[in-house]
Design a protein around this ligand. Structure first.
Ligand code: HEC
Length: 177
């Protein structure tokens, strides 16, 4: 009797372990799907779902957007979110947010801001929707943070970068007005 129970029990445990594993695999697959480059266009890189992503060559050369994102992040976001997307006591580590959040949710928070009020503290993410220094470079910032969150780029300024394409230059000029 005891033997039967043990066999049953281990069967259940094994089943649970397998489904946990399968869920882990699915999460890992979804993550990879949100990172992997499917195509590039004028020096910008995209996933299969047309979501901006980074590209780091074997010799460490980063795409232009990742480099630009490093600079923009450190002029607009790091005072609250900490250097290199690492987070601070005041605001979350965006290197993780960029990997775990849906792209459109990430953009929504930056455009509209967010406020979290509790009995002990109020934390405010300002709305940047009308700030061109952020909005014109939001994909750059997002892509840079995704590269940080997957450790594709180390902390600090990327040493080698691709050139800026004409299309990116033209789009920036049009956006900045
Ligand atoms: C004045 C401080 C401040 C600045 C500057 C700031 N943030 Fe935030 N941000 C916050 C706080 C605080 C939160 C957490 C809000 C909450 O608790 O809901 C937050 C949350 C976020 C979130 C949601 C993260 C998550 O995991 O849910 C995103 C995305 C974000 N910020 C992006 C940015 C970007 C991009 C910039 C630069 C353009 C930026 N923030 C600049 C304070 C700031």
């Amino acid at each position: 009797m005891r033997q039967i129970r043990t066999v049953l029990l281990s069967g259940i445990v094994l089943g649970l372990a397998q489904s946990a594993l399968a869920q882990g695999d699915m999460a890992a697959e979804a993550k990879a799907h949100n990172i992997t480059v499917a195509y590039s266009e004028d020096g910008r890189y995209f996933t299969e779902d047309d979501i901006p992503t980074y590209n780091v060559a074997e010799d460490g050369t980063v795409d232009w957007q990742t480099y630009s994102g490093f600079r923009r992040y450190h002029s607009e976001c790091h005072v609250c979110h900490g250097p290199d997307g690492e987070g601070s006591s005041y605001a979350p580590a965006l290197k993780n947010s960029a990997v775990n959040m849906d792209y459109y949710d990430f953009v929504d928070v930056v455009v509209n801001g967010r406020e979290h009020v509790s009995a002990s503290e109020t934390s405010v993410m300002p709305a940047f929707g009308t700030n061109r220094n952020v909005m014109c470079y939001l994909n750059d910032i997002y892509v840079y943070l995704k590269a940080r969150g997957t450790d594709a780029v180390p902390r600090g300024r990327p040493a080698k970068k691709e050139g800026k394409s004409d299309a990116i230059r033209e789009e920036e000029n049009a956006c900045m007005g």
